[in-house]
Design a protein around this ligand. Structure first.
Ligand SMILES: C[S@@+](CC[C@H](N)C(=O)[O-])C[C@H]1O[C@@H](n2cnc3c(N)ncnc32)[C@H](O)[C@@H]1O
Length: 425
């Protein structure tokens, strides 16, 4: 039996690729070879900063037009979204502060354009029993002026909506995947599912979190010498109170949140898996792209520019207010080491930017940028997934925005077994 799911902030479909273990697409129709157990009944993607919508165009090329909506999520009538068992989405870390308002049903007012509040509206209307979200790891400590406030607001809102929450910072590169990318994954489950009830009834929740916890079971960690920290959001009247008065500091890299009690600790990964490397990705990509690598080469004066960008520097600068300071940054490996997972890919990949990957191509005996297909393989996307009429720049951008689909694929097996337990759907 298939399980109904929706994908918010769908981008080019990373969650869906991961959940349905998609490895390829039909070369004639362009449609993904999607044989997994997840039936995507709805998806939404809209890029506010551009008129063209290359991510959405890619999404519908791969998954068809039906039930896929290219509209600002804020304008979507959430009541019209089909019922679903699982909601997934990767969304930006923004300012989640809230004010009191009498005008909407939740009685709170988030800042306009802050996408978390649209997720909340969907949850409020549709009450999916299971939610899987992804965000940058900075979310656990933002904002700098009130450490941890945004995540505390998020947790409290989910509790008010009737969910328990587990989270974990996962670095894909530590678990046999080809990119070091630290992201927070958040798993929220309605309190009246069998799964949640079982967790609520466990006496030793610390022990549960260490070894059986949703994520720590799938992505093993060291279980010795853990310093567990507990805190509570009970003293706050509501999310507005949390937003205004939370002073509990940042959240640690894994945690469990039940009935306003937070149990969390910092993890150390423990993995026996073989490291996947940037060098392997480059080798794999040879099979899939017959492009002219001359266009990616870095030589002569250009090479000097890159050497400067990647090098250590101390530069005297003057701020807008006239205050002078020294800007400094350290040395980066140049070219990127081929025997390790790659560094995190950003949306600026491929542009003249310090974080762009530069590799030494042994065959050409020259330095070069990575190709679009190599960027896709670092995110564990099918090769040429974004070759849907986008510019080169846009293809790199899409990958910088996406996630390592292998993380989701690994979560999928457990998620499915939990959901398929009787009465959990
Ligand atoms: C972090 S990316 C998610 C990428 C996705 N997980 C993937 O694999 O490609 C967030 C996405 O949200 C989209 N987005 C931003 N604002 C939006 C809005 N108001 N409504 C709908 N989508 C929005 C962006 O265009 C971007 O594709």
């Amino acid at each position: 039996m298939k399980i109904n799911a929706i994908e918010l902030f769908a981008g080019v479909g990373g969650f869906r690729i991961g959940l349905n273990h998609i490895k390829d697409f039909d070369k004639e129709t362009g449609l993904a070879e999607e044989h997994g157990d997840w039936n995507f009944v709805w998806a939404n993607q809209w890029e506010p900063s551009t008129k063209t919508q290359p991510a959405f165009d890619c999404y519908i090329t791969r998954f068809g037009k039906e039930n896929h909506i290219n509209m600002d999520i804020n304008k979507v009538n959430k009541k019209e979204i089909p019922d679903h068992t699982l909601l997934v989405g990767g969304f930006p870390c923004q300012d989640y502060s809230v004010a009191r308002s009498l005008s909407n049903e939740m009685g709170i007012k988030g800042k306009k354009g802050v996408l978390w509040w649209d997720i909340v509206d969907v949850i409020f209307e549709k009450r999916p029993p299971f939610i899987l979200l992804e965000n940058v790891d900075r979310l656990l400590k933002s904002p700098a002026s009130q450490r941890g406030r945004d995540f505390a607001v998020m947790l409290r809102t989910l509790d008010d909506l009737g969910y328990i929450v587990q989270w974990r910072m996962i670095n894909a590169g530590e678990y046999g995947m080809p990119q070091r990318r630290r992201r927070v994954f958040i798993f929220a489950t309605l309190k009246d599912t069998i799964y949640s009830k079982k967790i609520i009834s466990i006496n030793d929740k610390e022990e549960y979190l260490k070894s059986d916890g949703f994520f720590n079971d799938i992505f093993p960690i060291e279980t010795e010498n853990i310093i567990v920290k507990k805190k509570s959001l009970e003293e706050f009247v509501d999310a507005v109170d949390v937003s205004e008065n939370y002073q509990g500091g940042k959240f640690l890299t894994t945690g469990l949140f039940i009935n306003n009690i937070i149990i969390n600790f910092n993890i150390n990964e423990k993995s026996n898996e073989k490291t996947a490397t940037l060098g392997e990705v480059i080798k794999d990509a040879e099979k899939f792209s017959n492009i002219d690598l001359e266009n990616y080469l870095i030589e002569g004066e250009e090479l000097e520019k890159w050497e400067y960008l990647k090098g250590a520097k101390r530069i005297k600068r003057t701020s807008k207010s006239g205050h002078s300071y020294v800007f400094s940054e350290g040395n980066m490996s140049f070219p990127d080491p081929l025997d390790l997972p790659s560094r995190t890919m950003l949306t600026s990949e491929g542009s003249l930017n310090r974080s762009t990957h530069i590799v030494f191509d042994k065959k050409l005996n020259k330095n070069r940028k990575i190709t679009e297909v190599e960027a896709e393989l670092l995110q564990m996307f099918p090769p040429n997934w974004t070759n849907t009429g986008m510019t080169k720049r846009q293809r790199y951008f899409m990958m910088g925005n996406a996630l390592v689909t292998g993380v989701v694929s690994r979560i999928e097996h457990k998620l499915k077994s939990i959901i398929k337990q009787k009465n959990n759907q």
